[in-house]
Design a protein around this ligand. Structure first.
Ligand SMILES: Cc1cc2nc3c(=O)[nH]c(=O)nc-3n(C[C@H](O)[C@H](O)[C@H](O)COP(=O)(O)OP(=O)(O)OC[C@H]3O[C@@H](n4cnc5c(N)ncnc54)[C@H](O)[C@@H]3O)c2cc1C
Length: 491
């Protein structure tokens, strides 16, 4: 389709990218009387770096003074309890523990403690005995630690999907499968071209994660660059729940990483990672034997009993590291009405709510008039978690809707009704179901339930089962299974 044939659309605010940054920005701006459109290139929101990270709500003691990371991390941390309550997203305030294994490392622990005190972050210094009383499965070699009880853990994908749902309920519009292919300026308007539309916007918010520099360059605004930095992560099944209760950090060995950690996720699984390696490719999401060995070697120094046989999944995410070594949160110096939310690497998940909450101020300072809506509703109800209910509550739900009585995912006890609800909220793929409802996220990783989920997607979306994908066009499951068989000589 050439540009002239594409549908035309005009909005006040266009947000490019539905990661945690774009979705929370959309939700924040939906408090005001504005016409908001979010464009996401993938089939669902939250599939960029937002779905592939450690899910830690950092405490605010790691970030160097004077950086935007430091400015927004602790305020972001403080917003999580209310944000997750409003959006009905699982969040656990399990605290973070930075552990020293030598007297020399204790110097860094003391530095974090002092930094915490200066920033108003609740922190405590713990002796060896206190650490081991709190976390008995840590190495006996521990010398001491700093504990920040308000650190936490969240499901980042769930949060992005919930924020977008809430933004849409408050009037914002979402277009998925809509990569911005080109962009230009005419007068005071900015134009964005997708495969199907040409969109005119007064204000463009560039929240395209790893691709924010490419979006900026489309407007001729090429004053920063993004360099992908990979982190591999390994997830254990629920058997290891409780091995540690807080997120355990070592003392970092360099400036670009907080170290390799032991992370209790908000769902109870333990996870270890991430590595921190610069890579040339923005699509390089592979894991490696070398990364696996490095992660185990380093995390076993902290928790010696970690058992590699209990790993159920592995993945890698790419941090969008900017050439400034910090977040880039500013209007373009050359294109009026283009605002960058770029270089949002770690602790971007933690900082995102505070950055989004600061957006209205930054826009008003630039002359944008924002009128608050009287009927903004900050609340969203999550998908019912059948597994977590009492027997009585489960019985009552099954009476109301028999689909709650049909368990589809046996590992995580997810019912047909929860999967159908996820589809009604925008899940269109197997990954979308897995991240929203946890069906396929357990020990067998979908080995048993995938065909049933494919059937449900086909039935609810009204598409042939051959068109059901893992994560959007090009990942059709039946086609790939058949191709693999044909490759092995089966016709
Ligand atoms: C391994 C790892 C561990 C991490 N751990 C933590 C942690 O524990 N705590 C923490 O606070 N932070 C952590 N982070 C950082 C955190 O994940 C990021 O800061 C955050 O997810 C960035 O969100 P974003 O919205 O800026 O980017 P993304 O999530 O990448 O979103 C950008 C979106 O833009 C879309 N997009 C791109 N190009 C286009 C286009 N042309 N048109 C339309 N859409 C487009 C993408 O598809 C994507 O959905 C970690 C990062 C990594 C890699």
């Amino acid at each position: 389709m050439n540009r002239e044939e594409k549908a035309k659309k005009k909005v006040q605010v266009a947000i490019i990218g539905g990661g945690i940054m774009g979705t929370l920005a959309a939700r924040e701006l939906s408090r005001y009387d504005l016409d908001i459109l979010l464009l996401e290139k993938e089939a669902e929101v939250g599939w960029g770096t937002t779905k592939a990270n450690s899910g830690i709500v950092h405490a605010g003691i790691h970030e160097d003074p004077g950086t935007l990371k430091a400015k927004y991390c602790f305020p972001g941390n403080q917003m999580f309890p209310q944000l997750c309550e409003e959006l009905d997203v699982s969040f656990k305030q399990n605290g973070i523990l930075v552990v020293a294994l030598s007297e020399q490392e204790m110097e860094t622990v003391h530095m974090y403690y002092q930094r915490g005190l200066e920033r108003g972050v609740p922190v405590r210094l713990l002796s060896r005995e206190e650490v081991l009383a709190q976390e008995p499965n840590l190495t006996p070699d521990v010398v001491g630690a700093v504990f920040a009880p308000e650190g936490g853990s969240v499901m980042p994908f769930e949060l992005a999907a919930a924020a977008m749902e809430n933004a849409v309920a408050n009037g914002a519009e979402l277009m998925v499968d809509s990569p911005v292919l080109s962009a230009w300026v005419e007068g005071t308007s900015k134009f964005l071209e997708t495969p199907t539309h040409v969109i005119e916007a007064d204000l463009v918010i560039n929240a395209a994660g790893l691709f924010t520099d490419e979006i900026a360059a489309m407007f001729g605004d090429d004053y920063f660059s993004i360099n992908p930095r990979k982190g591999e992560e390994y997830l254990f099944d629920l058997d290891l729940e409780g091995l540690v209760t807080s997120t355990v950090f070592p003392v970092p060995s360099g400036p670009t990483s907080k170290g390799i950690l032991v992370i209790p996720t908000s769902e109870g699984n333990l996870m270890i990672g991430p590595t921190s390696d610069n890579v040339p490719e923005r699509a390089d999401l592979g894991t490696s034997y070398e990364g696996f060995d490095r992660i185990f070697e380093q995390t076993r120094r902290l928790v010696p009993s970690l058992d590699a046989r209990k790993i159920v999944a592995q993945f890698a995410g790419l941090r969008a590291a900017s050439d400034r070594g910090d977040f880039i949160i500013e209007f373009s110096p050359t294109v009026p009405g283009l605002f960058h939310l770029a270089g949002i690497e770690s602790p971007g998940l933690t900082a995102a709510p505070a950055i989004a909450a600061d957006l209205p101020r930054m826009l008003e300072e630039q002359g944008y008039k924002l009128t608050p809506k009287s009927d903004f509703n900050p609340r969203r109800e999550g998908i019912v978690r059948f597994r977590l209910l009492s027997r009585e509550e489960q019985d009552e739900l099954i009476r109301q809707n028999p689909a709650y009585g049909r368990i589809v995912c046996r590992c995580e006890t997810v019912t047909e009704a929860e999967i159908v609800d996820a589809i009604k909220r925008g899940a269109r793929t197997l990954d979308g179901i897995k991240f929203r409802a946890r069906a396929g996220a357990g020990r067998c990783q979908g080995g048993f339930c995938q065909p049933v989920i494919m059937g449900l997607l086909s039935r609810e979306l009204g598409i042939p089962v051959e068109e059901v994908t893992k994560r959007g066009a090009g990942t059709e499951q039946i086609y790939f299974a058949a191709k693999e068989l044909l490759g092995k000589g089966v016709s």
